[in-house]
Design a protein around this ligand. Sequence first.
Ligand code: UT7
Length: 312
Amino acid sequence: MDAGLLGTGHYVPEKVLTNKDLENMVDTNDEWIRTRTGIEERRIASDDVDSSDMAFFAAQNALEQADVKAEDIDLILVATVTPDTPFPSVSCMIQDRLGAKKAAAMDISAACSGFMYGLITAKQFIDTNAYKHILVVGVEKLSKITDWSDRNTCVLFGDGAGAAVVGPVSDGKGILSFELGADGAGGKELYQDKDDHLQMNGREVFKFAVRQMPESSVNVIEKLGCNKEDVDYLIPHQANIRIMEAARERLGISQEKMATSIKKYGNNSSASIPIALSEAVRDGKIKDNDLVVMVGFGGGLTWGAVALRWGK
Ligand code: UT7
């Protein structure tokens, strides 16, 4: 049996921060943000909502969609670079809150590629028959590490969580190929500084991303022996519409076949792919037997991609 997605869910905070709002905070404008990034607005969590709260809501939603009980989860993997505290982990916090008593739990730190690292780790446990139900969550409260006086970064990010329940599905479905990678030499391009603020060399990360995302997308398809045109839906990390377009164009698929939640939510780091996935499933954009590619890149530097055949 291959590992597939039994259910997905997400949560985004209610508070909307628009590009116009940002014009009153830093020297920027709506037109610059839209044309350079594709972002129109983003969500910001209130002070009393932390990553574990958002992870919990998204996880509950995914378990409902999967029709899996919390007590039947074997492992919880939470990808985040903005945990409530370094320890206990967010995964342990939600294990308790969900009542997932038999689940092992750990957090994964791979920045914006975190959900891909989580999904591919989960696949190994399912493929080897060690576990049956694994909850994978991507969650970020990036607003707490954003330097709100730095226009180079503060316009880009937003808060939220996305989740998926991974389990065995019938032959020919599920995650059929994957790729993971890292280049620690690029760590200096995107990091958290001593004041706990996110720092980024946007141009360097951009160059890395426009090369890596298209390449990884094609690699997972070629590993399957499929053609690029066979891809029914692409869910790239929602970092910048121009980077996402590079991946879409390399696959040669039409615009309707790519998730673009970046418009509403900005860059949610590890949560961006599972939020976009959950919305696509909810909106009926992904159908049984569709070939779906998910691809992410981020700080580390890290990257990861999967090709999966949708369905149970
Ligand atoms: O998920 C984490 C991974 N992160 C990313 O994927 C981000 C990758 N990088 C990017 O998406 C882009 O590099 C940015 C959106 C961050 C920047 O876009 P860019 O087209 O690379 O712009 P730039 O950095 O080359 O800056 C162009 C100009 C600069 O002014 P000068 O030096 O030409 O006078 C910036 O100071 O735009 C200026 N600028 C802004 N102007 C208005 C930078 N930020 C802003 C802003 N509003 N918010």
